[in-house]
Structures are given as structure tokens and as C-alpha cells.
Design a protein around this ligand. Structure first.
Ligand SMILES: [Zn+2]
Length: 310
């Protein structure tokens, strides 16, 4: 008995398991990124830049190669269009880390890290948004936590997958997918080497009645093969469309197959009340484990062919 216990202890604490997604780390990331200190991560703010550095620090720690234009960063100028503000041009950046498996093709895993700041860049649903911190715990600190957990998992699992993986944190999504579009128009790796793109935007508010929605199922004939027999401790459903919701739409427009993970809308969406205490980190952990299973299965398939969804 004692021996078995010791074996179990070694097994549980060994690095083999340390890279599995964990609710504890997920909530830690979200508490940091969606704290009032981060001032809502509005594009152009010092706190938005601080968020980018937080992501860079983790990419570095996981041993990802920088694949921006300036280390991990790909800087660009974003423009506020929905409201008239004196400072409509804002400094923005994508943060890009590459897991090099020396494979011919690459998959993209992405999530945006910007949010609405102090409600002065448009698209807040609050009646008097100006000056209120829009923490954006679900939108999209939850997706960034997912991005970091997947980066850590694939970088530390001791497996050399048959595809490379490009981990991307997009800037200026809330201003209209500007970071992902900028990358696609100025790619740091040839676009014809991309296999498919997986996007996480709002994966922290799991509703057991609805389940998590996975969009993009119709964007390649390979997805039904990938999803066949997929099981999870949480409820999920697929949706054929891939051209809406978030940065996946920019990849879809370039005829790249996509998947889009989203736990659905809620009354706190784009309001100052999208706060960390409302996040279900245990469910997010299960979502990420499902995502890993799907990605591992997808990486056993040949490079996908894009299909448009009508
Ligand atoms: Zn979002």
C-alpha cells in the first residue's frame, strides 16, 4: 500500500503531468489580467502593453521561439473607428511564439488580449461607460489563459508533433479584428504553410445547459473525422460557420480552416461587470483538455483543405 502511494505521489508530481491544463493556473492568469490594476487592457494604454509583456514572459518561459518582427512582438498602429476620439491612432502589437517541431506545416492557436479599457473606445454596452474599468475577465482574459495553458502543454509534453504550432495573442480585436488582419496581411511565416487556426474568445462562462460552442466545423471536410468519437466531461456542440465572432473570421477570409471556442453570451458581456469571480475555471480546464484531444487528433491528419460555408 505504502509503495503504491509513493508511486502515485511521484506520478502526480512528475513533470509529465505538470503541463496539463489546471484550473488553479487558469484562474491565476485571469485574476492578474482582469484585475482593476490592468485598467481593462484598452488598446494603446500602458496596461495593454503590460499585458503583452506578461504573455511574452510566459512564451519565453515555455521556450517558444519569437516569431514577431521585433522578438515576440509584431507592432502595428490600430485605429479607433466606432467613436470619435482625439487619440484615434493607437500603438498595438501581436505577441507571437513558435513551437518549432521541424514540420512542413504549422497550425495557429490564437486569442486576443485587448479589451475595452475605460470604456472610451466604443462598443461598451454600459449606459455610461466612460471612466469605468471594463475588466474583460471572460472577454478575453479567459482566452489568453487558454492560450498560455495550451502553449505550456504542447511545449512541455515531450512530444514532437507532426505540425509546428504558432501561438498568437492578438492586439486590437475589440477595434475590429485589427491584430489578426494585420498578421494575415504581414505574415511572419508563409500563409500557404498554415494548416488551420483555432481561436478562443470567451471560454470562461461555461453554462451546463448550453455547453461550449465550437464553430468552424464546416470549414474543412477533415473536422468531422477529427470530432468523431470525441468525448468530454463537459457538454459541447459544433456549428458549421467559421466566419464570425472573433479573429478566426480573419483567417476564414483567407481560406484557412478554423475552429472557434466560445462559451456564449451573458448579461456582463462588454460591460464593466465582466469580472474574474464569475469565471468557471474548472469548466475551462475541461474545455482545454477537450481542445488538446481535438488538436492531437487533427495533427494526425494530412494538411486540411478549406471549404467555404454557405
Ligand atoms: Zn473578445
Amino acid at each position: 500500500m505504502k509503495k503504491q502511494f509513493l508511486f502515485l505521489l511521484i506520478l502526480l508530481t512528475s513533470p509529465l503531468f505538470a503541463q496539463e491544463p489546471s484550473a488553479r493556473r487558469i484562474i491565476k492568469h485571469i485574476n492578474t489580467l482582469a484585475s482593476d490594476k490592468m485598467q481593462g487592457r484598452g488598446t494603446g494604454s500602458p496596461e495593454n502593453a503590460k499585458t503583452a509583456r506578461y504573455i511574452e514572459k510566459h512564451f519565453k518561459k515555455y521556450g517558444l521561439k519569437p516569431l514577431g518582427t521585433d522578438g515576440y512582438y509584431q507592432s502595428f498602429t490600430a485605429k479607433v473607428r466606432r467613436v470619435v476620439v482625439p487619440d484615434s491612432l493607437r500603438k498595438a502589437a501581436n505577441v507571437i511564439g513558435f513551437l518549432d517541431n521541424e514540420a512542413p506545416y504549422t497550425i495557429v492557436v490564437g486569442a486576443h488580449y485587448d479589451h475595452l479599457g475605460l470604456g472610451r473606445q466604443g462598443s461598451s454596452l454600459d449606459s455610461l461607460p466612460q471612466g469605468k474599468i471594463h475588466n474583460g475577465a471572460d472577454d478575453n482574459a479567459s482566452g489568453v489563459a487558454g492560450l498560455l495553458e495550451l502553449a505550456q502543454y504542447f511545449a512541455k509534453n515531450g512530444v514532437k508533433e507532426s505540425y509546428n504550432i504558432l501561438f498568437m495573442a492578438f492586439g486590437a480585436e475589440e477595434l475590429g479584428l485589427q491584430g489578426s488582419r494585420y498578421f494575415l496581411n504581414n505574415p511572419t511565416l508563409p500563409l500557404d504553410k498554415l494548416n488551420f487556426m483555432v481561436c478562443m474568445d470567451m471560454i470562461g462562462r461555461y453554462n451546463p445547459e448550453r455547453g461550449i460552442g465550437i464553430g468552424g466545423y464546416g470549414t474543412s471536410d477533415t473536422w468531422p473525422i477529427v470530432f468523431k468519437g470525441a468525448e468530454s466531461s463537459i457538454k459541447f456542440f459544433t456549428d458549421r460557420a467559421g466566419n464570425g465572432g472573433s479573429d478566426n473570421a480573419a483567417f476564414y477570409a483567407k481560406q484557412i480552416p478554423v475552429l472557434f471556442f466560445h462559451t456564449g453570451g451573458h448579461p456582463d458581456y462588454h460591460r464593466p461587470s465582466d469580472d474574474p469571480e464569475k469565471i468557471d475555471a474548472n469548466a475551462e480546464e475541461a474545455i482545454l483538455k477537450l481542445e488538446i484531444k481535438l488538436l492531437e487528433k487533427a495533427m494526425q491528419q494530412p494538411k486540411m483543405t478549406f471549404t467555404a460555408v454557405k
